[in-house]
Structures are given as structure tokens and as C-alpha cells.
Ligand binder design. Structure first.
Ligand SMILES: [Zn+2]
Length: 584
């Protein structure tokens, strides 16, 4: 007998086997039980989420000798034929194949004939969005007047590319990406029954890697288990380049304690094991989002990228950061993700970026400055190295390069650390400072973060917030009218008096001076930088707004499940998010 992939072996045979699409299963079962089956269904959703499998179980349920039934017997000729893929009355069409149009024409001619064996002819058209306009028109004719024995299940990963005329004839079901818990549970079940040995964390890591697709999850498990070894996080990480939770945890801890010497070996080891620098930065982004979520939104454990069972660990780790710092890191990583792709040497860019991330912990310098300097530094470093080295660096040389990179990274970081000394000091703190921050935090986490990073002083009538001379971003944000008004209100609420407030840049005592050229430049950079990738990153408003189009969350429909999740997460954390849409 020929080899069957795990995915095929574990293809759902009954409604109960279908993983993670309870809402759809329930509706379909109800329709069968109540005799309310319609002629056309649209199954839309990401790949590997069970669209075709569900269509086949549905076909089985309709044509089983004991049916239509929500519990197809699995033994009758019809059930067996559907399972083996040779049922005469279940016709599968792959719209992505060249034969798409011929098959649709064929369908139009033959759909009139009564079913050969069963009650219904079930047409499953996969990737239906790939049909040509001509084929859609032919299909539409059939959908307009379907014979009573015909049922159509149109499956697609891109429902937005299916003409409205077709969509309007279908009952639509949206298949969800599977969450981590569902995927892990599924993998556990399969591994147990197949006698595959595993550590629990290994399956969790596999599930993470599969990004919501049951098919991918089983495919990856099959690939890794082919070695015949026990599945461990290390094995998975080595083979698939996914970063172990412990390692991400270590990286985050090193960043928390500004421990550059601890950070770099961890990063180097991770990259040496085959992880792409951009991927690592993405995984770090997820990890820090998890930390924020664990700190601020314990009610939404389900959104954790690393799984609900990590919640306690994450919550504890998050104590090492204050809220503003986590927000800053996540924002920085967001910018970093879009910038790192432009750097000629992504690894160096990552290392420089991390060095700045660590040092920015004290200096908390403007987001844009951190990343754009990082990229230009990596540009010049790469150019100078390119002249010295051959493009193909031997393994031994590679280590040397890594060392140099590190030195450069530390050198880059040094001046920023010095600046930190000029940062906020507690000496001039007004008596109501703590109360002011508490009150601000209730009204706007963003403004609170801006204010907290200033050096405050109070002369009895005026509160002065001072920022280091290059903190244009903070200074500028605090000049914005809504923020000015908020400050006035909160000051009055806290002190009971009209307290004036001024926001100044160090060495630039007069706040009424016209804004210099620099802030405008600062503002430009991130928007250009953020352009490419912002499709995937929902950014908090704390970051400078770009030139990209701004749309209210409710006004757009997000198709991509991953983006949807990020936006949902960002909304949970920030209350509102700004989405920049940039077409490639
Ligand atoms: Zn049957």
C-alpha cells in the first residue's frame, strides 16, 4: 500500500473529527437535521483549516444510505467511495488547474443528469477565486437555476476575489485559523496514536510554527518525526528554525537588565542554529506583545502567541519592565521589522538594533532615531566590510565577523548610555508628581509615558517638563493641543488649582522658539521606514504618524487572520490602533 501522509491519514471522516470550526459544524449539522440544506455554500478561510475536508464530510452525510444524516455510517458504498475519493456523485474541481474552464463547462452540461448512486451530486470547487471571468459566468448560470439534486461547495482562501454575483448565491462560512491550544491538542492526539515520542513544549513549538493550519502542523510533525528521534524543542528549533520559548525568554531578560554581554551570545547562538534575523526579530515582537498582554490584559490569555499555559511565566517576566518600556520596545520592534529588510547585512542590523534597544532602555531616545541610525550604521559597516572580505565567508571567519559586529554594536550603544545620565532625575520632583502620573495613566497611557520620561520641576505656579535636547518626539507630542488640554485638566484635578505647565528641550530653555528643521526630519523617517511592512504591524498611536493612509479600524475589513489577531491584540493593549495600509 502506498504511503499516506499524516495529514491524509488524519483527514476528518465525521463532523466530530473536524478541529476548531465548531460554529460551522453546528450550522451544517442543523441544516441536515432540519432538511434545510441549500444549493450553494462558500467555504472561505486560510489554507489548511479544513475547508475541503468539511465539504467531504458534508457530502458523505448527504449521500450515506442512512442519510441524510449528521452521523454518516462510514461503511456504506457511498461513504467508502467518498473516503477513497472515487464517489461518482462527489465531483472535485481544482479551479487553479488549467482545466478549470473545461471542467466548469462540463459541469454545466452534466449537472442536469440525476446522481449515479446517491441522492445528491455534490460539486466541490477548490480555490474557486482562480476561475477566469468566463468560467465564473458559466458557473453563475448553473447557480442561478440549480437542479434540485445539485449541491455546490465553493472553497477559497480569497473570498474577496470571488465576484459578488457568485457570493450572493451562496451561504457563506468563514473558517478560522486554529489557535495554538487547538493545534497543540490535535498534534498531541495524533502523536499519541502514532506512537511518536515527544516533549509537550516541542508540540507547542510545532503548533506555533504552523500558524493556524492543521495541515501544516501535521506536515511539520511528520517532517521532524521522520528522524525517528523523540521530539524536543531543541530538535524542532534546529530543524525548523523556530526559536524556543526559553531562548526568547532569555533574550527578553537580558534586555530587561540592559545586559548586552548576556544578550549577544543568546542571539548569536540562535542565528547560528539557522534562524533568519528577521524571523528572530518577528518572534521577539510576538514575545514582547505577550509580555504586554500578560501584564495588562490577563483576561485575554487566549491571544498569547506562546500559548495560554505560558501566562504565569510571562506575567512574572513582565514585572521586569514597566508598561511604557514594553510599549516602547514593541513599537521599536515594529519599526525594526520594516527596516531590517532594507539593511544589506540583516544580521548586523539586528545586532545593532538590539544594542540600541538595550541602551534606549535608559535613554529612551526617539524611536525613529534609533532605527534609522541603526540601518545607516549597518550600511556603512557592511560597505567597509565588503571591500575587505570575500562575499563567501568561511565558518571560522564568520565568528570573527560576529565579534567585530559586537564591538561595533557596543560602540554604537555607548553614546546613548551616556545621554541617559542626563535623563529624568528625581531631585526636582513636585509633590503631586505621583498622583499626576496615576491620574494621567487612567486617561491616556501614552501621555503618561511621555510625561513620566521627562525631568519635572515645579516653582509653585508652573510645572516644567524637561527633555534631553534630542528628544524632539516627546517634546513635539507634548505640544499637541489635545495633550496640552489633557495636562491642564489633570493638573487641575490633582492640585485643585490652575497650574501652568511648560515643556522644554534641555539647552533650549525657551519653548517659544520656532521648531527646528530636525523634528520634521525625525517625523519623516519612520513613515518611510514603516512603509513596506506595516501591512502586518498594527502600531500604537504613540509612534509618529506616517504619510501612509490612515483608516479607522471599523472602516476596513481585514482578511488576513494573522493581521487580524495582531490588531485585536493591539486594541486590547492600547484601546485604539492606527493602521497604515501600503500597497506593494
Ligand atoms: Zn454511509
Amino acid at each position: 500500500m502506498s504511503y499516506l501522509s499524516l495529514y491524509r491519514q488524519w483527514r476528518p471522516q465525521t463532523f466530530e473529527d473536524i478541529v476548531g470550526q465548531d460554529h460551522i459544524v453546528r450550522t451544517l449539522k442543523n441544516a441536515i437535521a432540519n432538511g434545510r440544506v441549500v444549493h450553494a455554500y462558500m467555504f472561505s478561510g486560510p489554507r489548511g483549516t479544513g475547508k475541503t475536508s468539511t465539504a467531504k464530510v458534508f457530502a458523505k452525510a448527504l449521500n450515506c444510505v442512512e442519510g441524510p444524516t449528521v452521523k454518516p455510517c462510514g461503511k456504506c458504498t457511498s461513504c467508502v467511495a467518498v473516503k477513497e475519493g472515487n464517489a461518482l456523485d462527489v465531483i472535485e474541481i481544482d479551479a487553479a488547474s488549467n482545466r478549470g474552464i473545461d471542467e466548469i463547462r462540463d459541469l454545466r452540461d452534466k449537472v442536469r443528469f440525476t446522481p449515479a448512486q446517491g441522492r445528491y451530486k455534490v460539486y466541490i470547487i477548490d480555490e474557486v477565486h482562480m476561475l477566469t471571468m468566463e468560467a465564473f459566468n458559466a458557473l453563475l448560470k448553473t447557480l442561478e437555476e440549480p437542479p434540485s439534486h445539485a449541491i455546490f461547495v465553493l472553497a477559497t482562501t480569497e473570498a474577496n476575489r470571488v465576484p459578488a454575483t457568485i457570493l450572493s448565491r451562496c451561504q457563506r462560512f468563514d473558517f478560522n485559523r486554529l489557535n495554538l491550544a487547538q493545534l497543540t491538542k490535535h498534534l498531541t492526539k495524533v502523536a499519541d496514536q502514532m506512537g511518536i515520542e515527544y516533549e509537550k513544549d516541542a508540540l507547542n513549538l510545532l503548533a506555533r510554527k504552523a500558524e493556524g493550519s492543521a495541515r501544516d502542523a501535521l506536515g511539520l510533525m511528520e517532517q521532524v518525526s521522520a528522524l525517528g528521534e523523540k521530539l524536543t524543542p531543541k530538535l524542532i528549533s534546529d530543524m525548523l528554525g523556530a526559536t524556543e520559548f526559553e531562548r526568547l525568554e532569555g533574550i527578553a531578560a537580558a534586555i530587561a537588565s540592559s545586559d548586552i554581554t548576556g544578550l549577544f551570545p543568546l542571539v548569536t547562538d540562535t542565528l547560528m542554529s539557522g534562524t533568519d534575523p528577521r524571523q528572530l526579530l518577528g518572534e521577539m515582537g510576538e514575545h514582547f506583545m505577550d509580555l504586554m498582554l500578560a501584564k495588562d490584559c490577563p483576561a485575554r490569555k487566549d491571544l498569547l502567541h506562546s500559548g495560554e499555559e505560558r501566562f504565569d511565566q510571562l506575567k512574572k517576566a513582565a514585572e521586569a519592565f514597566d508598561r511604557a518600556r514594553l510599549q516602547e520596545i514593541v513599537s521599536l520592534i515594529g519599526v525594526g521589522l520594516s527596516e531590517i529588510g532594507k539593511a544589506p547585512n540583516t544580521r548586523l542590523a539586528l545586532e545593532l538594533f538590539l544594542a540600541r534597544l538595550v541602551s534606549a532602555g535608559n535613554a529612551s531616545q526617539s524611536l525613529s532615531a534609533a532605527m534609522s541610525e541603526t540601518v545607516s550604521a549597518s550600511h556603512s559597516a557592511a560597505v567597509s566590510r565588503a571591500s575587505a572580505h570575500d562575499v563567501t565567508v568561511k565558518a571560522a571567519e564568520k565568528k570573527e565577523v560576529a565579534k567585530t559586529d559586537r564591538k561595533e554594536a557596543v560602540a554604537q550603544a555607548a553614546p546613548v548610555v551616556e545621554k541617559a545620565a542626563e535623563g529624568p532625575q528625581k531631585a526636582d520632583v513636585p509633590p503631586f508628581w505621583g498622583q499626576l502620573l496615576d491620574e494621567l495613566r487612567l486617561r491616556s497611557i501614552r501621555v503618561e509615558a511621555l510625561v513620566r520620561q521627562s525631568k519635572p520641576s515645579f516653582d509653585g505656579t508652573t510645572l516644567i517638563l524637561e527633555y534631553p535636547s534630542n528628544w524632539f518626539f516627546h517634546h513635539q507630542k507634548m505640544q499637541e493641543e489635545p495633550n496640552q488640554n489633557l495636562m491642564k485638566e489633570v493638573l487641575k484635578a490633582v492640585t485643585g488649582n490652575e497650574v501652568a505647565y511648560k515643556c522644554v528641550l534641555l539647552g533650549d530653555g525657551d519653548k517659544d522658539k520656532p521648531e527646528k528643521e530636525k523634528p520634521a526630519e525625525e517625523k519623516e523617517k519612520p513613515s518611510r521606514g514603516a512603509a513596506k511592512k506595516t501591512k502586518q504591524v498594527a502600531k500604537p498611536r504613540t509612534e509618529e504618524g506616517g504619510k501612509a493612509e490612515e483608516v479607522g479600524f471599523d472602516e476596513i475589513e481585514i482578511e488576513d487572520e494573522k493581521v487580524k489577531k495582531s490588531v485585536e491584540m493591539a486594541k486590547a493593549l492600547f484601546g485604539e490602533v492606527e493602521i497604515k495600509i501600503v500597497e506593494d
